[in-house]
Design a protein around this ligand. Structure first.
Ligand code: FRU
Length: 447
């Protein structure tokens, strides 16, 4: 497909722009968007825990924070013997720190036991503010003392943390002041009670300061309320139940605990239920909005993949059109369709680096819903539960292209150089071959 064939921005239902069925129908694996098969890492810096959704400690302007030469990541974690499907019920945010983005030290749980909101904490983002305090935005899932686990979700912050760092290490120090920042309003953002029975979402706050306006925002994953009988998705209730959105809240003062809802910036009514972990990479005044989504959260008759999807606009509020015509940016290979998930794209050294976690692998023909039927040890054997290899992409206008990959847990930042690309080595004559080809067609299978 050429750039000229790109669809125009589509209208949203509750948002200014939408991800339309026509756009999503263009989703197709190609060598430019399909990762190679991922294998388990030789060594795991956190063998005692499963690690999944991961994010950096950042400054207000989005740059990755360096504190006394250390960078910090936060991850959702659960004990390594927890069945992978149960990990969401006991998720705990831990932190890791590194000098070089390759070797990571485990810092332990971020919050003191029993102080955070929710019965467990889901994904978020982390701000290292100008006054040296750390605000950790997170999803309060359930309620702190609930007897039976609920899937209620609210957006919360633990504010006022501090960092003690020196040449030997780094420690995140509390106490954190916990506060609910946002709960779904039922108007722009669906409440759990309004939900039509699909997986409900109101979560994954992502702090973002818009360089063009200086405004301070939170983006988050949500659902757009669709009244019964609405004239959207051909009026088909089965398709209308799929109503994922990317929500927006703005801080009138820049205070990271003070937020006012705005309209969602994108929704996918009739197309997809979950637009997960939204985040933005701004380059040259263009806003690249990324979300993760699953094969099984596409509406009936649409075929997507577990993948990173992206959209681009000239302003944060849109209108957005899909990258690559369809929105598909990076997915797993057809023979390992669930191997990684929960992608996070960031710019480094002129490339788009994409981290994710190593999810279910070596499933043979099994689908993700079949995993829970396997004996516990088989489920554990097939679950990566660690940071996946970082993928390297080129971002060029409305197009992205996979260039290569780095190791598991390799998260370059700051002045870190990137190793030469295989294609460049070939082109330079440092490796044999015809040269010029930067991507290969991946046809791997498990040994
Ligand atoms: C993505 C995700 C997030 C959520 C977390 C819960 O992997 O679904 O949206 O915060 O997992 O474990």
């Amino acid at each position: 497909m050429s750039v000229d064939d790109d669809p125009d921005p589509a209208p949203g239902f509750g948002a200014r722009s939408g991800w339309s069925r026509e756009q999503a129908e263009r989703i197709e694996r190609t060598p430019s968007n399909t990762a190679p098969v991922v294998y388990p890492p030789a060594a795991d810096p956190a063998p005692d825990v499963h690690v999944w959704d991961t994010w950096f400690l950042r400054e207000r302007d989005g740059s990755i924070a360096e504190v006394d030469g250390w960078r910090v990541i936060f991850s959702l974690t659960a004990p390594a013997d927890c069945l992978p499907g149960k990990r969401h019920d006991v998720a705990t945010i831990r932190y890791f720190y590194s000098r070089d983005g390759e070797r990571w030290h485990a810092g332990g749980p971020v919050f003191e036991a029993g102080r955070a909101l929710g019965s467990r904490q889901w994904a978020g983002s982390a701000l290292y503010d100008d006054d040296g305090t750390v605000s950790l935005f997170y999803t309060a899932a359930g309620f702190r003392d609930e007897a039976d686990l609920t899937y209620h979700q609210r957006i919360a912050v633990g504010a006022g943390g501090r960092i003690d760092a020196d040449g030997d290490g780094l420690e995140l120090v509390g106490p954190f002041d916990h506060e609910i920042l946002l709960a779904a309003d039922g108007d722009r953002y669906e409440t759990e009670a309004q939900s039509r029975g699909m997986i409900y979402t109101f979560r994954d706050p992502w702090f973002y300061e818009d360089p063009a306006t200086g405004e301070t925002h939170l983006l988050f994953e949500a659902n757009t309320p669709v009244p019964e009988g609405a004239a959207v998705a051909d009026g088909d209730p089965a398709r209308q139940a799929f109503n994922g959105s990317v929500g927006l809240a703005t801080s009138p003062t820049g205070d990271p605990t003070d937020w006012v809802f705005e309209e969602p910036i994108l929704d996918a009514v009739g197309v997809n239920q979950e637009l997960e972990r939204p985040h933005v990479v701004e380059r040259d005044g263009r806003y690249h909005l990324f979300v993760s989504s699953h094969l099984h959260t596409f509406a009936p008759d649409l075929e997507g993949h577990d993948a990173l999807y992206g959209f681009v606009a000239d302003s944060l509020r849109g209108p957005y059109r899909p990258l690559n015509g369809s929105g598909l940016v990076l997915t797993n290979p057809a023979n390992a369709p669930y191997q990684t998930y929960s992608w996070l794209a960031y710019e480094h050294a002129g490339e788009l680096l994409v981290s994710s976690f190593f999810n279910y692998y070596d499933l043979g023909g099994l689908g993700i819903d079949d995993v829970g039927t396997l004996p516990g040890e088989e489920q554990l054997r097939r679950f990566g539960g660690t940071v996946a290899p970082t993928m390297r992409l080129r971002l060029d206008g409305d197009r992205t292209r996979l260039l290569g990959k780095l190791a598991h847990w390799h998260l370059p930042a700051g002045d870190d150089d990137l190793p030469p690309l295989l294609g460049d080595l070939v082109a330079d004559g440092r490796l044999g071959g015809e040269g010029g080809e930067e991507t290969a067609t991946y046809e791997y299978s498990y040994p």
